[in-house]
Write a protein that binds this ligand. Structure first.
Ligand code: ATP
Length: 514
């Protein structure tokens, strides 16, 4: 890895994403639209592969989980029942000098996370000095670490009470007491904290008819809840069972920074798991484990993930945590796992007047099921994979190469086929190889520039294998195959390419890690 400064690393990822067709700013020719992004020709493939992997592992690999695809627009009462009209708010605060707007809760959380960083630094410093170092013991006995931890506990306790009491004045007071400054102006000149509803609204129906306010869904989950009975009955589903869905969600985010981490239009992949009341803690722990091992199966590194329990539970939850990922700008939420109780189904029963119960043949009784939700943002997942894969490697001399070590099964192209020269029958043989493999794999064909340049181009978009057709190929029906990560080349029979690729780039490589 070359010596690239951390603050430049993220900028490099953003410009690389644009240069190689992964992500473009939306409506760029009009100077863009804040926090809205488009996926380019490479990005759409990577995103689709991530979505497919999630779908396969949740739906195909679980006999008791089925998928659906519900509309973005829903009856407006849905959002009254779900609590989003009344409670889907974020506390916002403005800095009077910079005129910048912040999420008050995020300012406090970031302050806490800075203290946590200090603790980790102390631990790592000590770990470097002693053999057989016991981190847990050090954490609980070292004076300075204990001091930091006490500070965190005091802030968290105050913050939790303020959130639970919806005490906006106290939230502002915490910001003032912690001497949190605006990163732009450096001042502590804050406005009061206000609540801000995150839902986008529009109207349905023509002007002459009665127009109704309608919302762009802020989560895909409600589409699952209102269809719970349809799916349970038509699919003859027995509890415990799950319903999965992927699709767009919309939130008018107050602070929209950090590229595709926080967007106003994004995609969620959610699964609601319907269970018997009273079994929710067991299933909550179960899904925490399953989802963490799903993330670990991507091979981005165990140390990049951690659980974070919610301080303030949402109005529908009795337990909730996030799986956080170490993005280039620190540990942030990647996926939420929530024990949603029977809140949503009961609310929909009450607002619709329809029963949403399950008859349990084993208990010989009906009940409203409890729900465990797993909810991951596809765009955040994309960013986690992209930022871990992106590397600038030092080669011999002053040479470097940019390589995206994407998990092979998720890469946009699985292989690229190059004729060494544009003559002597090499392009024709390359094309025939391409034609025999393209039913099974997404492949690139490239005959422009030197082989070295073609390798670099495909390293930069993460193509796991490059196949070169040369004169020997015509004689003995072999080609060279070059591995993106090791850059090693070997010869392989053309007839064996399909099984080689199946073995190395198939999605089963990820699924079998689960
Ligand atoms: P945050 O605290 O970061 O605002 P959240 O807790 O509101 O997120 P959830 O409502 O739990 O998020 O949504 C589930 C998942 O959807 C999140 O873990 C995240 O991956 C994704 N997500 C939520 N909001 C956004 C957004 N604005 N842009 C991209 N992904 C998002």
């Amino acid at each position: 890895m070359s010596n690239i400064k951390p603050e430049d690393f993220f900028k490099n990822i953003i410009s690389h994403s644009k240069e190689y067709g992964f992500i473009f700013q939306s409506s760029e020719i009009y100077d863009g639209l804040s926090a809205v992004y488009d996926y380019g020709q490479m990005g759409v493939e990577l995103k689709k592969n991530i979505r497919d992997y999630w779908w396969k592992s949740m739906v195909q690999m679980h006999e008791n989980i089925v998928g659906i695809d519900t509309a973005i627009f829903m009856h407006p009462t849905t959002w009254k029942a779900s609590g989003h009209i009344d409670a889907f708010n974020d506390p916002l605060i403005d800095n009077k000098d910079s005129k910048k707007r912040y999420r008050a809760d995020v300012l406090i959380e970031e302050h806490v996370s800075k203290i946590e960083d200090k603790i980790n630094k102390e631990i790592e410093k000590a770990a470097g000095r002693f053999e057989n170092f016991d981190r847990t013991l050090f954490r609980s006995t070292n004076g300075r670490v204990k001091e930091y931890q006490e500070k965190i506990d005091i802030i968290n306790a105050r913050f939790k009470t303020a959130l639970n009491n919806n005490d906006l004045e106290e939230i502002k007071k915490i910001i003032i007491d912690l001497e949190i400054v605006c990163p732009i102006s450096g001042s502590r000149n804050w406005t009061d904290v206000r609540q801000f509803n995150l839902m986008f609204s529009t109207s349905i129906g023509s002007v002459s008819e009665e127009a109704n306010t309608i919302y762009l869904r802020p989560e895909t989950a409600q589409g699952i809840f209102v269809n719970y009975l349809n799916v349970q009955k038509t699919g003859r589903m027995k509890i415990p069972f799950g319903i999965a869905q992927t699709g767009k969600a919309f939130r008018n985010e107050i602070v929209a920074r950090q590229f595709i981490f926080r967007m106003r239009e994004f995609e969620q992949m959610e699964m609601q798991f319907f269970i018997k009341p009273g079994t929710e803690m067991e299933w909550y722990e179960h899904w925490k484990k399953i989802r963490l091992s799903w993330h670990l199966s991507l091979g981005l590194g165990k140390e990049k993930y951690r659980f974070h329990d919610h301080l303030k539970l949402a109005h529908y939850a009795n337990a909730a945590c996030d799986i956080e990922f170490e993005f280039p700008f620190g540990y942030k939420e990647l996926e939420g796992i929530h024990s949603r109780t029977d809140f949503d189904l009961k609310q929909h029963e009450q607002f619709s007047g329809k029963k949403l119960q399950y008859f349990d043949p084993e208990l010989n009784q009906s009940y409203v099921p409890f729900v465990i939700e797993t909810s991951v943002g596809l765009d955040r997942l994309f960013l986690s994979i992209l930022s871990s894969a992106f590397k600038i490697e030092k080669l011999e001399g002053d040479e470097t190469r940019t390589v995206m070590s994407l998990p092979a099964a998720l890469a946009p192209y699985k292989a690229a086929i190059f004729p060494l020269l544009k003559k002597d029958g090499l392009p024709e043989l390359s094309e025939s190889i391409m034609n025999s493999l393209k039913f099974d794999f997404n492949l690139a064909y490239d005959e422009k520039d030197t082989i070295g340049k073609r390798y670099r181009r495909h390293d930069a978009i993460g193509t796991p294998f490059c196949i070169t057709v040369d004169h020997q190929s015509i004689e003995d029906k072999t080609v060279t195959i070059r591995d993106r990560d090791t850059m090693k080349q070997s010869r392989i029979k053309i007839d064996e390419l399909k099984s080689f690729l199946d073995q190395h780039v198939g999605i089963q490589n990820l699924l079998k890690n689960l």
